[in-house]
Design a protein around this ligand. Structure first.
Ligand code: ATP
Ligand code: MG
Length: 704
């Protein structure tokens, strides 16, 4: 996986990459195909910006690098560490748009009426609040509202504006539910994911002093995967960088795969209009894939209409042909894929004995369109005793036991978070019944205070039995006490002690075993809990790292600080980056990454391009699916298998499956050699000539 490159010696760069890195005095857009070293430009540019003298001489805190996922952020920090050392890298603001939003709101959100310890709700929390606010038990209805409200928010509309624009009865209802939803979020001091972009935008747009502060602070903003930003993110970027607009964006219109979530290529088209002094730099050499793989990718994407003309070539040699694979059904496909990997690895072990870099399982990945496709591969890998991890799948943080603990941490952070209060007070059960909570809820509603605040109110005593009241008070005191300690506890070691003590206090292990009939399941849940504790502790910092020969301690954070950002993390993948395991991933989650050996699985009509049984698929959707195929193909460095099913499961039956049109579009029968793309050929010849000329020049120099 690309983590190999983290420790690589000083990275070389071609002239175009160098030009992008050295361009400092106006905005810069690197627009280039997959594997051309765009992300490398960002990492190298960070180092350049920090360089005293000829560089820009910026301090780490003056630079923000925005990546698309937390995983990519972690990887970029690793790469930056290798270049500038752990200590300096720790001060860089390397984050996603969402975690940048957290930072802005935590520092300055008070002018919007948000306290620094606001909670961040995940998608499930939002669904249940909407169900409650809309007075329905229908989860599907709640999710429809969620979708609509999210779209409105992304378009900068609040509930009042949404209501005045509503076209149908359904939209009117959704707008009314949105109003209740807004009120609840304000009362809970909570925000949802859309708010993490929308509120910082509002903050910067409406508060000049805050805007100026950030514009002075951030002297260079770098954005990776720019093609997948949405309209609000672009607005936010514009306000962050200010009128001078010193930023570097890198992206590839052919890899835009989040249109369904509001990302828009308009952002690419707008850049040159909004910044007339924009320097656009193309990159044309692909350093990732063999020619066989790259040719297949180029053929597929050539079918889409071109927004920007691009060429992409590789001098890594022809390599193994792209392998077409077939499975009779899902299980068979999984077995074949695993057998294929085992054969490849046998070969590698023979060729490179004792070279774990080339033979480790983390050189292998299986990519698919939808999460549910992972299961047969997991089974087959388990059967073959091959270690694996599923990334981009059901999130670790969606597991009930982890949500329980997160609710507790959220309550510590923000006592006004009523949903967190309700979950924490009832998990594990502590003899506080629904009736008591109902009374507490009524009281809180009447006095417009949070449940936690209501609990300590003197007049509550009149409406509750002594026993019930004592139970609530015990809980409240425990939370206060724990919160106090969590605020004082910095660094991983102490954090771990505190968190384990907490689990013991609330008897969480017992709770798991009491509520789970199957002991094995309970044990697995408990293991998850311990993993989670380790993970939180690790994020509290204070570890000793080797930094260019010196040992340094990473910055320490309190448990409370760490608690706030937990809901932004969707997988433990960051922690597992270097594990020696096969990666199973959706195509969406594979963006920006690379592996030596890749199989694209289930490449059939209906899956890729994906289509719902009932719905028509529009030409725009096909184009986006084609870009997804392009992303998939270009993740592979040395070998690529493309697998299609002959039959697939539909309910309990098998139906015939049709290979994806994208397979034909790869034009695999057109080999390399004589049928080489003329542009590619020309370029190759030019390169060869240039190399010869350089050799001659070097030889001449040697004579002088
Ligand atoms: P994607 O579009 O998939 O995000 P990218 O354009 O960001 O790809 P990188 O991930 O930066 O490409 O680079 C692809 C691979 O090529 C990496 O392994 C990187 O280390 C390597 N690479 C990039 N530039 C060079 C170079 N000038 N010389 C050698 N290797 C390079
Ligand atoms: Mg990249």
């Amino acid at each position: 996986m690309s983590s190999h490159s983290a420790s690589a010696a000083p990275a070389t760069m071609n002239p175009a990459q160098m030009a992008a890195v050295q361009h400092l005095d106006s905005p810069c857009l690197v627009l280039a195909g997959a594997g051309s070293g765009k992300t490398r430009v960002i990492t190298q540019k960070i180092a350049r910006l920090l360089q005293p003298g000829e560089g820009a001489d910026l301090a780490p805190a003056q630079i923000a690098a925005i990546t698309f996922t937390n995983k990519a952020a972690a990887e970029m920090r690793d790469r930056a560490k290798a270049l500038i050392g752990a200590k300096a890298a720790g001060k860089l603001l390397i984050c996603t748009f969402h975690s940048l939003g957290v930072r802005l709101l935590r520092d300055d959100g008070e002018v919007l009426g948000l306290k620094p310890q606001f909670s961040i709700l995940d998608s499930d929390d939002v669904t249940s609040i909407l169900r409650d606010a809309g007075g329905t038990t229908d989860a599907k209805q709640a999710r429809n509202w969620q979708w609509t409200i999210s779209l409105w928010k992304n378009n900068g509309l609040n509930s009042a504006q949404a209501l005045s624009q509503a076209q149908s009865d359904d939209e009117q209802v959704a707008a009314r539910v949105m109003k209740l939803y807004e009120e609840r979020l304000a009362a809970y001091q909570a925000v949802d994911f859309d708010d993490l972009i929308g509120l910082p935008l509002k903050l910067l747009a409406e508060h000049e002093s805050v805007r100026m502060k950030w514009q002075r602070q951030l002297r260079h903003v770098l954005v990776d995967e720019y093609q997948d930003t949405n309209a609000t993110q672009y607005e936010l970027l514009k306000l962050l960088v200010g009128p001078q607009g010193i930023f570097t964006a890198v992206g590839d219109d052919d890899q835009s795969i989040y249109g369904w979530r509001g990302a828009t290529l308009d952002n690419l088209k707008k850049l040159p209009q909004d910044y007339p002094n924009l320097k656009v730099i193309p990159l044309e050499q692909n350093y990732r894939s063999t020619s066989a793989i790259l040719r297949a990718a180029n053929h597929v994407i050539a079918t889409n209409p071109k927004l920007f003309q691009k060429t992409l070539w590789s001098d890594l040699g022809e390599g193994a042909p792209v392998k077409l694979m077939e499975g009779d059904n899902e299980e068979h496909e999984a077995e074949r894929t695993v057998a294929h990997f085992m054969a490849l690895r046998m070969n590698l072990l023979e060729k490179h004995p004792g070279d774990p870099d080339k033979t480790a399982w983390n050189n292998f990945a299986i990519l698919y369109r939808a999460n549910h496709q992972a299961r047969p591969f997991e089974q087959a890998l388990r059967k073959a005793n091959i270690p694996y991890k599923v990334s981009g799948g059901q999130s670790f943080f969606d597991k009930a036991e982890i949500k329980d603990l997160c609710a507790w941490l959220r309550l510590l952070l923000n006592n006004d978070d009523d949903p967190a209060f309700l979950r924490a007070v009832t998990t594990p059960k502590r003899g506080i019944g629904h009736q008591t909570l109902g009374t507490l809820g009524e009281f809180a509603g009447k006095w417009k205070v949070s449940l936690f605040e209501a609990l300590f109110s003197e007049s509550l005593a009149a409406s509750l039995s002594k026993r019930a009241l004592e139970g609530l008070h015990d809980f409240g005191r425990y939370v206060n006490d724990f919160e106090y300690k969590a605020r004082q506890t910095y660094g991983g070691e102490d954090a771990k002690v505190l968190l384990l003590e907490w689990l013991k206090d609330i008897e969480y292990e017992k709770h798991l075993y009491d509520n789970e009939e199957n002991e094995k399941v309970a044990a697995a849940r408990w293991t998850n809990v311990l993993d989670f504790i380790d993970w939180v502790a690790k994020r509290c910092g204070g570890e000793i790292e080797n930094d260019g020969g010196m040992t340094v301690e990473t910055e320490k954070k309190s448990v409370i600080e760490v608690a706030q950002t937990i809901s932004l993390i969707t997988s433990l993948a960051e922690r597992n980056a270097d594990q020696n395991v096969v990666t199973l991933s959706t195509l969406h989650a594979s963006k920006g990454l690379e592996w030596p050996h890749v199989v694209l699985a289930g490449v059939n009509e209906g899956s890729l391009p994906f289509s719902r049984e009932e719905g028509e698929i529009t030409p725009q959707q096909i184009e986006e699916e084609r870009r997804l195929m392009y992303v998939g193909i270009t993740r592979a460095r040395l070998t690529l298998g493309v697998s299609a099913l002959k039959r697939r499961k539909k309910g309990r039956e098998y139906v015939q499956a049709i290979p994806s049109r994208f397979i034909a579009e790869m034009k695999l029968s057109e080999g390399g050699g004589p049928k080489e793309d003329p542009r590619e050929k020309l370029r190759r010849q030019r390169e060869e000539l240039a190399a010869k000329a350089k050799a001659a020049a070097d030889a001449a120099k040697a004579h002088l």
